[in-house]
Design a protein. Structure first.
Length: 174
């Protein structure tokens, strides 16, 4: 089944959770797919940095794991090209715990009867997502203040790939 558009899962809603009293084992979500994003820390962890840049969410939304991976690749590639791998440390601060589920939509003859018979359908796990709220820090970038402009540009590129309005905030390291 192809990937559904991101707008279908962007809004934060508490998902319907199946609760089975007779067979409690059926209450758990089985077979959650692994997130596409595997690297949460990039660059030189032990460098001597004097500036921290944070990407902060301006709205509440869900960010799918594949959008997070695409944003990570873009930002990391830009920083690596401009600064080299030893001059920055990029860390993604949130992990995609939220399980996204999809109920396959039936097509063809008799599809209306099939679709109407499944009220509160539980659905199959289709992926994972981050639930982010207004003011949450999504990404941290440690960098030297001489490279501040490049760091802000990298976080701006990160923000283009995710479905949330973001802002870059800088804090000096002590």
């Amino acid at each position: 089944m192809p990937l559904r558009p991101g707008r279908t899962v962007r809004k934060i809603e508490r998902p319907y959770t199946r609760i089975s009293y007779k067979v409690p084992k059926k209450s758990y979500v089985k077979g959650v797919p692994a997130p596409k994003i595997h690297h949460f820390e990039m660059g030189n962890k032990n460098g001597d940095y004097d500036l921290a840049l944070y990407l902060i969410s301006k709205t509440d939304a869900q960010i799918r794991h594949n959008a997070l991976e695409a944003a990570r690749v873009v930002a990391n590639k830009y920083l690596d090209k401009k600064l080299g791998q030893s001059n920055y440390f990029l860390k993604i601060l949130k992990y995609p715990f939220h399980v996204l589920r999809e109920k396959p939509i039936a097509t063809g003859a008799g599809a209306d009867r099939y679709s109407q018979g499944m009220r509160l359908a539980f659905g199959k796990p289709a992926g994972t997502a981050i639930q982010t709220f207004k003011g949450d820090r999504l990404v941290m970038l440690l960098i030297n203040s001489a490279n501040k402009k490049i760091g802000k540009e990298a976080l701006k590129k990160f923000g283009y790939k995710i479905p949330v309005k973001v802002q870059v905030v800088e804090e000096p390291l002590k």
